[in-house]
Design a protein around this ligand. Structure first.
Ligand code: SUG
Length: 416
């Protein structure tokens, strides 16, 4: 079976809430304290996966992590009942839903040993995300236990690594060698730079990438300052196409030259700030879209509803579709619950180029399995969570029971 791109979506967990935990993420900061809807959120995620299946794409899943994170609380010498509210919120976050931050993935055609390499992200910049990696690593080790993969532990926490949200790849096709692009932030602005170049370089070495086909590219300061806390808020790539905002990178020319040199069919699609201001791009998450190649070969951009509601963005997309640009189709998905925490369609998925037969089948989904996931969500996910009830014993019991039901449904008890 040939290598294909599989999108692994993080199932949105039963503790999904708005605690305003991510400094520099304008949606998280703006929605802190609001009432969340975990059930609706998870069903929106399931619907997104269904529309990907309908396009003919291969689809996988990752489990929500156990919440509250009792081990982390114990290492802080406290419990969910006794912790200060901010510590409790950090232990209750459903942030593993954003699977683009789970790991950095280098497909087999790019690596010296022809294995697909995955490095779990340490996510050390934000406290609520810094404790994700052990449970993520445990899932990666089960899902990708086959010899076709090499799964690595995190880069030491001295250097921040936020996974595939800062990684792109340009290749003639998914199954051909390509240029790997590792984007990093330079600190000094008002908001933290979450991806450090030292971490990106460590990953390139661990993944045995060819230095001639590896680019280390700084994010522009204005992008971070405007709220692009990850590169995937201002740029996305798929096969031969790089789609980015004019202000995404500090200096784009060396990157464009490297892509053109190694991938002659490379195409760069830039959105000018004069057409779509950076603020509109970030509010609408135009670039936090899934750019995919369905079996019919028509490059498709899967955008959130917010993109249709932002006049400058929708105008740009309509004009591009009417012209002869490389993006041939736009699909709109509703992931509003995740968007309010700064997570669009692309944040919710990790791309892995692999032969689906080499992946543990419990992590792959079809319509029937998604029906079972949706059923568990409808039966067990809380309808709403208010910010002041994150330590309420009945809610905590519901959240733990809900995840246990899903784990059983998916037959993944070793990750219980
Ligand atoms: O790390 N939001 C996430 C959103 C991650 C989006 N991922 C990508 N761009 N790939 C973050 O900032 C908000 C949690 C809260 O406020 O409760 C949060 O963690």
């Amino acid at each position: 079976m040939p290598l294909v791109e599989i999108n692994f979506d993080g199932i949105i967990g039963p503790s999904h809430n708005y605690a305003g935990l991510s400094f520099g993420n304008v949606a998280s900061m703006g929605h802190g304290g609001q009432v969340s809807e975990p059930r609706a959120a998870a069903l929106q995620g399931v619907e997104k996966m269904r529309s990907n299946l309908a396009l003919g794409l291969a689809q996988g899943i990752f489990l929500p992590h156990p919440r509250p994170h009792r081990d982390w609380l114990a290492r802080l010498g406290t419990t969910i009942e006794q912790a200060e509210p901010i510590i409790a919120a950090n232990a209750m976050s459903a942030s593993p839903m954003w699977a683009a931050n789970a790991a950095t993935v280098s497909p087999a055609p790019d690596t010296a040993d022809s294995k697909c390499h995955l490095t779990v992200a340490n996510l050390r910049t934000m406290p609520h995300r810094s404790h994700e990696w052990p449970a993520t690593l445990a899932q990666l080790q089960v899902a990708f236990a086959n010899d076709a993969f090499a799964v690595h532990g995190p880069v030491p926490p001295t250097f921040g690594d936020e996974g595939a949200a800062n990684h792109m790849r340009i290749a003639p096709r998914h199954d051909a060698p390509g240029v790997e692009i590792l984007v990093y932030g330079v600190s000094g602005g008002a908001f933290p730079a979450r991806q450090h170049v030292e971490a990106s370089k460590a990953i390139a070495r661990m993944h045995r990438l060819d230095p001639r086909r590896t680019a280390f590219v700084p994010q522009s300061e204005e992008a971070i300052a405007a709220g692009a806390f990850h590169n995937d808020v201002v740029a996305v790539a798929n096969e031969r196409v790089l789609f980015a905002h004019e202000q995404a990178f500090a200096d784009k020319q060396p990157l464009l030259d490297m892509c053109a040199a190694h991938v002659p069919v490379f195409e760069y699609v830039e959105v000018a700030a004069a057409d779509v201001p950076l603020e509109d791009a970030i509010r609408s998450y135009l670039f936090n879209a899934q750019l995919v190649t369905p079996p019919d070969g028509e490059t498709t951009l899967i955008v959130p509803t917010e993109a249709r509601e932002t006049a400058s963005v929708w105008r740009w997309l309509e004009r591009h579709l009417a012209g002869n640009g490389p993006i041939r189709r736009v699909e709109v998905v509703d992931v509003r619950q995740s968007m309010a925490n700064g997570g669009g369609p692309a944040c919710l998925r990790l791309r892995v180029v692999a032969d689906p037969a080499t992946v543990d089948p419990r992590f792959m989904v079809d319509e029937a399995k998604l029906d079972r996931v949706a059923d568990a969500v409808r039966r067990h996910w809380p309808e709403q969570i208010t910010h002041d009830e994150l330590q309420r014993p009945a809610l905590i019991a519901d959240v733990e029971r809900a995840r246990a039901a899903l784990v059983e449904t998916l037959d993944l008890s070793e990750l219980g």
